[in-house]
Design a protein around this ligand. Structure first.
Ligand SMILES: NC(=O)c1ccc[n+]([C@@H]2O[C@H](COP(=O)([O-])OP(=O)(O)OC[C@H]3O[C@@H](n4cnc5c(N)ncnc54)[C@H](OP(=O)(O)O)[C@@H]3O)[C@@H](O)[C@H]2O)c1
Length: 254
């Protein structure tokens, strides 16, 4: 197994323009972003549109018609059918996710664990993306490069957990990674060129991370992270399916 995708040059100094090519995909077809109005989702949508590689961009969110909600399977199925009606789906990015809101904060200690907050994190970060996979993976073309990538998080890595805390978010992303790996195995049986991966975007300045940004952390803008993620996706090969990669293309330990 490779530990790093083929990096052409220094990933950190790569310009955004260089990384928008997506030239490894067949020309034409459709790029799809679930969560296109989020911090990373909107930057990724812009990057895909700028690549010019696909004929159409299908941007999906709770605010764009046909709207979808992670908690409503029917709406996910409807959104997937809407994307498929636009043409061959070549790239799907799931940029949805949940860490906190006014009523829920990540747990600092096991004393903060509650069934309600845990169910909410799992519903949004694990079950929602699993339902997206259920409805979009069968729509991928039977040959030629096609990628499904979901935004996971390094804190979902069990091996890499050194700080503790954030029980629900960590567990929901670890479970998401297992679902990606499992779906990749099933996908390979019918579509040998297709790739299904989890990606860690780095620490990125979005509403999701803002309350937790600490001094000393390397924080990227959404557009910088999107440029790196697009470059990673462009370098993915069929043998990388089922993997978990960070924004530089390095494998993240499970
Ligand atoms: N930012 C970071 O530092 C960081 C680090 C590691 C991993 N990630 C991961 O990257 C992904 C994107 O995060 P972000 O930083 O871009 O956060 P964000 O700006 O808060 O975006 C979250 C997205 O999830 C969507 N979403 C939440 N609940 C939903 C629901 N019930 N139905 C449909 N969509 C829903 C939001 O939709 P609306 O636009 O409708 O609200 C939004 O598009 C997440 O999976 C996150 O865990 C982020």
């Amino acid at each position: 197994m490779v530990s790093q995708l083929g990096v052409t040059g220094n990933a950190k100094s790569m310009t955004e323009t260089q990384s928008f090519r997506l030239g490894s995909f067949p020309a034409g077809g459709v790029g799809v972003v679930f969560g296109a109005t989020g911090g990373l989702g909107s930057a990724l949508s812009t990057a895909i549109a700028r690549s010019g590689r696909f004929t159409r961009l299908c941007a999906l969110s709770r605010a764009i018609d046909p709207t979808f909600d992670l908690l409503d399977e029917e709406s996910i199925e409807r959104a997937a059918r809407h994307a498929a009606a636009m043409g061959d789906i070549r790239l799907i990015i799931d940029a949805t996710g949940f860490l906190h809101d006014a009523s829920q904060k990540p747990e600092k200690t096991w004393r903060d664990i509650s069934p309600e907050t845990m169910i909410r994190a799992l519903s949004l970060n694990t079950i929602g993306p699993a339902l997206i996979m259920k409805h979009v993976l069968p729509l991928l073309p039977s040959s030629g490069k096609a990628v499904f990538a979901t935004l996971s998080a390094r804190v979902g890595s069990i091996d890499d957990n050194r700080l503790g805390g954030w029980y629900s978010y960590r567990a929901s992303k670890a479970a998401l990674n297992q679902i990606v790996r499992t779906a990749a195995i099933e996908l390979k049986r019918s579509r040998t060129d297709a790739i299904c991966v989890s990606l860690h975007p780095g620490t990125v300045d979005t509403p999701l991370s803002q309350p937790f940004a600490r001094r000393g952390l390397q924080i990227q803008t959404p557009s910088a992270s999107a440029a790196h993620l697009i470059s990673v996706i462009d370098r993915l090969k069929p043998e990388d399916t089922g993997g978990f990669f960070d924004w530089r293309g390095a494998r993240v330990p499970w």
